[in-house]
Ligand binder design. Structure first.
Ligand code: THU
Length: 160
């Protein structure tokens, strides 16, 4: 029997202004994207913004449906749009934010399991880590890649 320890690095910032300028820009784009979220049911407005290697910023937001299970998260809207329209552009980073009726959520917004799986796929596809910048009023968290939030992920190489 072997007991192994997994380590993940999380960088925490008290305010947006402590982050490098490129990450600040991405957070502001995500906040802007959250303004256009279609979330009449949850009233939880999520925004995601991706930075592509070609410098383009792609925005997405959650899109809900009266048939609740047919909605989709902001992260996947942004990622799938980017992959559909710029299939050869590596995704460098993604900022995620959310607001509710009280404004910007306190704790940083973290991608759900399905979004983590989709982001890990993009990391595998482009052989490039995607820095995740998770925005919140109390603090901002940065992790170096999506896989650190989804250890032992199911990845393309599992298919053999
Ligand atoms: N949501 C996202 O857009 N991203 C996440 O990472 C978590 C949840 C959306 C889905 C739904 O529209 C609303 O937030 C409440 O769950």
């Amino acid at each position: 029997m072997r007991k192994k320890e997994l380590q993940i690095f999380v960088y925490e910032y008290d305010t947006v202004l402590e982050l490098p300028e490129r990450d600040q820009k991405l957070i502001f784009a995500a906040r802007e994207a959250s303004e256009n979220a279609y979330a009449p049911y949850s009233k939880f407005y999520v925004g995601a913004a991706l930075m592509l290697e070609n410098g383009l910023i792609i925005k997405g937001n959650n899109q809900e449906n009266a048939d609740f299970t047919d909605g989709i998260c902001a992260e996947r809207v942004a990622l799938f749009y980017a992959n559909a329209n710029y299939p050869n552009a590596k995704v460098e980073a993604m900022a995620v934010t959310a607001k509710n009726s009280n404004g910007l959520i306190k704790d940083p917004s973290k991608p759900c399991g399905s979004c983590r799986q989709a982001i890990v796929e993009a990391e595998a596809r482009f052989k490039h880590p995607i820095r995740l910048i998770l925005d919140g009023a109390k603090k901002i968290m940065v992790v170096e890649n999506a896989e650190s939030l989804l250890p032992f992920a199911f990845k393309p190489d599992a298919l053999g």
